[in-house]
Design a protein around this ligand. Structure first.
Ligand code: OAD
Length: 248
């Protein structure tokens, strides 16, 4: 008798759990979907941010040069949303995996800081951090957790120049040290987990391919199909907050 879809998912969970137990080197790449169950909007999809807001007007260096106040208003709004959000069981499961597995590296495209708040200690942040600001003049980076931001927007550095969110915008390169660490962790992983990302934004999406070429087995956790599914060893269709805790 052929197995039904629920039995297939159950089998995959058991198998992947065993593979995670046995692997000594694991890397995970997360995207906006892991924070969806915390109430943080994703970028694409029916209720995604890029449906209602234009990346060209809000998430490029040109947009910031043109209208820093508008860009900051949007980031201030997102910081407010995220401040109220709590890490969900998906974030917590990855923090637990880090505690159990010394050879585990968490790479994220998210800037929301929810992995840190869930207890992950060693997060490779490919797209920066919403809670850091960087001076457009002297380059100084500092933590800023004020919600909402006080005073006039854009906030100013001590040196007088405008501060910007320390995140990667379209058209900008990823921070080199983070990218290097992500490449290395992907290349040496035996198991590569891709969680809550549409896998369409490069270079981050290319890490799964780096891992696979180096011999890693690939597992996807996502309620929707992704371009990586065809080459994956496990595709777990469902919400990360429900599935990840079951892999431990
Ligand atoms: P996307 O919004 O492109 O994709 C979110 C993914 O999460 C989709 O594949 C959803 O199916 C999936 N998803 C939704 N709910 C989920 C849940 N509960 N559990 C697991 N998965 C779920 O977000 P990213 O792939 O992160 O870049 O987008 C990549 C980059 O594009 C972002 O870092 C951002 C954006 O433009 C920059 O800002 C530079």
């Amino acid at each position: 008798m052929a197995l039904g879809p629920i039995a297939v998912v159950e089998n995959s969970i058991l198998e992947l759990r065993r593979a995670l137990e046995q692997a000594s080197s694991i890397a995970a790449l997360t995207g906006a979907g892991i924070s969806a169950e915390s109430g943080v909007p994703t970028f694409r999809g029916p209720n995604g941010l890029w449906r209602n807001y234009s990346p060209e007007q809000l998430a490029t260096p040109e947009a910031f040069a043109r209208n820093p106040r508008l860009v900051w208003e949007w980031y201030d709004w997102r910081r407010g949303l995220i401040r109220k959000a709590q890490p969900n069981p998906g974030h917590l499961a990855l923090a637990e995996l880090e505690r159990r597995k010394p050879g585990f590296t968490l790479v994220t495209q998210n800037v929301d800081g929810l992995h840190d708040r869930a207890g992950s200690r060693n997060v490779v942040k490919l797209h920066g951090d919403l809670w850091l600001v960087q001076c457009t003049g002297c380059g100084a980076v500092e933590r800023n957790e004020e919600v909402p931001l006080q005073g006039e927007l854009p906030p100013r550095c001590r040196c007088g120049e405008a501060l910007r969110p320390a995140v990667v915008w379209f058209g900008e390169s990823l921070p080199e040290p983070a990218w290097e660490r992500a490449l290395q962790a992907s290349g040496r992983s035996e198991l590569f987990l891709v969680v809550g990302t549409s896998s369409v934004v490069y270079p981050a999406a290319g890490l799964a391919e780096v891992a696979r070429r180096a011999g890693a087995r690939l597992a996807i956790v996502n309620p929707e199909p992704t371009p990586l599914d065809a080459g994956a060893d496990w595709v777990l269709r469902g919400p990360a907050g429900e599935l990840l805790p079951r892999l431990l």
